[in-house]
Design a protein around this ligand. Structure first.
Ligand code: FES
Length: 273
């Protein structure tokens, strides 16, 4: 059993769990993910590692309650309670080296998995610019954590209720024009990552994206996370989840993401009744 040692609510739909899992914390690296299962017979869901503390033996995940299981996590599990399975770390960690100026872009919940990468790139001696994007002020979280690890922090809201008004891609374009980065990391919803990739493409700046959102079983067995990268078939859960965004076939990914829409809607309805 895995105890939830801390639970923090960011908004109506997003929340954080800090989970006591010393074995996972011991080997977690930026870019890794874990598979969680709440109870016997429950769905196994992939969640990207948002933080880890090897001394405390904890791993932090940030979750958006959109599907059946994530809503159960939000509604039925309080601080101090435990759940069944927390397997990981899985996937390949991000390669953290000395690149120079690294720009890290997080959109919405994608801000959480960006954080361990930001901290690691900073610790490796890079100059870091963070661009955090949220729909509005109420959804903002971890501004303080990002400020600590960033040489420059640009916080954007789509509706202009906080920080710089507009999308992260506009802020990214300004940075590309004025202080060209050596590497960009972009994590968030697929359309946001694709937009970042198209923004950096004309500048020829390598842009890594995280394809955690397309995973289902996370073990290389279901084939759901198949993606074409540079003309080669890859599996996000085994070969990724981080890939060179300029090589990723996003069109194929969009089609795949729509595949489970009706099953997801049915599961959500069952949970609501
Ligand atoms: Fe099923 Fe990768 S998530 S094969």
């Amino acid at each position: 059993m895995y105890p939830i040692v801390r639970r923090e609510v960011f908004s109506e739909t997003s929340f954080l769990w800090e989970v006591l899992a010393p074995d996972v914390a011991k080997s977690a690296e930026p870019g890794h993910f874990v598979m969680a299962r709440l109870y016997e017979g429950g769905e196994r869901i992939p969640l990207t590692v948002a933080d880890y503390d090897r001394d405390k033996g904890t791993v932090t995940i940030v979750v958006q309650a959109l599907g059946k299981t994530t809503r159960e996590m939000r509604d039925n599990y309080q601080e101090g309670e435990s759940f069944d399975d927390f397997v990981g770390p899985l996937g390949l960690p991000q390669h953290i080296g000395k690149a120079g100026h690294v720009v890290l872009v997080g959109g919405g919940l994608g801000v959480a998995p960006v954080y361990p990468q930001l901290r690691a790139f900073k610790a490796a001696g890079n100059r870091t610019t963070s661009i955090m994007g949220f729909r509005n002020k109420d959804l903002v979280f971890w501004e303080d954590k990002f400020a600590r690890e960033s040489d420059q922090l640009i916080l954007c809201t789509d509706d202009g209720s906080y920080g710089r008004p507009g999308f992260v891609t506009q802020a990214l374009k300004d940075v590309l024009d004025n202080d060209k980065p050596d590497l960009v990391i972009a994590i968030g919803p697929l359309p946001m990552m694709q937009a970042c990739v198209e923004t950096t493409r004309p500048y020829g700046v390598k842009t890594m994206v995280s394809l955690n959102t397309i995973m289902v079983d996370g073990t290389g067995m279901c084939g759901s996370c198949r993606v074409t990268v540079g003309g080669e078939v890859k599996f996000a859960c085994v070969d990724g989840p981080d890939f060179d965004g300029h090589q990723v076939d996003f069109k194929e990914l969009h089609a795949r993401q729509k595949r489970f829409k009706s099953e997801e809607a049915r599961a959500n309805e069952d949970f609501a009744h």
